[in-house]
Design a protein. Sequence first.
Length: 307
Amino acid sequence: MDDPYKLLGVARDATQDQIKSAYRKLARHLHPDLNPDNKQAEEKFKKVSGAYDVLGDPAKRARFDAGEIDASGAERARHAYRGAQRGGVNEDFRFGNSADDIFAELLRRRSKGRAGSWNPFETDDSAASAKGSDAEYSLKISFPEAVMGTTKRITLPTGKNLDIKVPAGTKDGAKLRLKGQGHPGRGPAAAGDALIEMKVEPHPFFSRDGSDILVTVPVTLPEAVLGGKVTVPTVDGKVTLTIPPESNSGTVLRLKGKGAPTGKTRGDQLVTLKVVLPDHPDSELETFLKSWSGKYPYDVRTKAGMA
C-alpha cells in the first residue's frame, strides 16, 4: 500500500499545516470536476484523500507513525504479541516497550472496571472500529443564489457527486453539514460528515446588512431636484422606484420585502441615492446656478456643524 507521506509529497517531519497545504494543492489539481473522464486522475484523487484522512488527523498520524495502523487507517492487530506466544521471531516485538503498553492498557481498562477480565494478547475490537473523519469542501455561489437559494451539484473530496440545496438567505462563511457524506469509517462504524463552507462571491453593486440588501443608485440633478420615477435593480429583477422632489445625495429609500429571506419573511432593500452631475460642463447650467446662488445663498456645512 502506498506511503501516505509519499502520496502527499511531504517529509515525515512535516507540520500539520504543511500536510494540509499539500493536500489542498493536490486536491485542486486532481479534482474530478477539473478532470472529467480522467480515471487516472480520479484514482489518484481518491488515494490522496485517503492519505490525508490518515495524516490530516494528528491522532491517526501518530498511530500510523507508531505502526499501530496501516496507510488505509486499518488496525495492525497485535501480531507482535501473537508471534511471541507462538515462539516465533518477530522483529517488531520488543518486550520492554510491550510491557509499558500492557501496563498502560491495564490502567485504562481498570479505570473502566474491566481490569480483572483483560487479556493483553486480545485484540481490542473497539480499536478496529472508528467513525470516519469529516470531509471539508468549499462552494462558491453568487450573491443572488445566496439570497434566493439554489441547488448545486458538487463533487466531494471523497469523489462522490452530490446535489445539495443551498437555503435562501445563506450568508458568506455559512456551513452545511451533510450527515454520513464524509470519509468512510473503519469496520462497522459510520462514515464522517461533509462540511461545506459557502463562499458568496462579491456583487458589482449589491451588499448585505443582515437581512437587508444595500444598493447605491446614481440619479441626475433634475431627478434629485424635481423628483421622478427611476428603474432600480433587485435580486428579483428590476422595479420602479419613486424619488421624492428635493432629494439629496445620501437619501435612503426603502423597498419593502426585497431583501434576504429570514424564515417566512424577507428583509428590505435600502436604496441610497447618489446625485451625479453631467460628464461634460454645461454653460447654461453654470449660468443659471450662478444667478440662482446669488439670490438664494445657503450654508450646508454650518448646518451640519462643520464650519
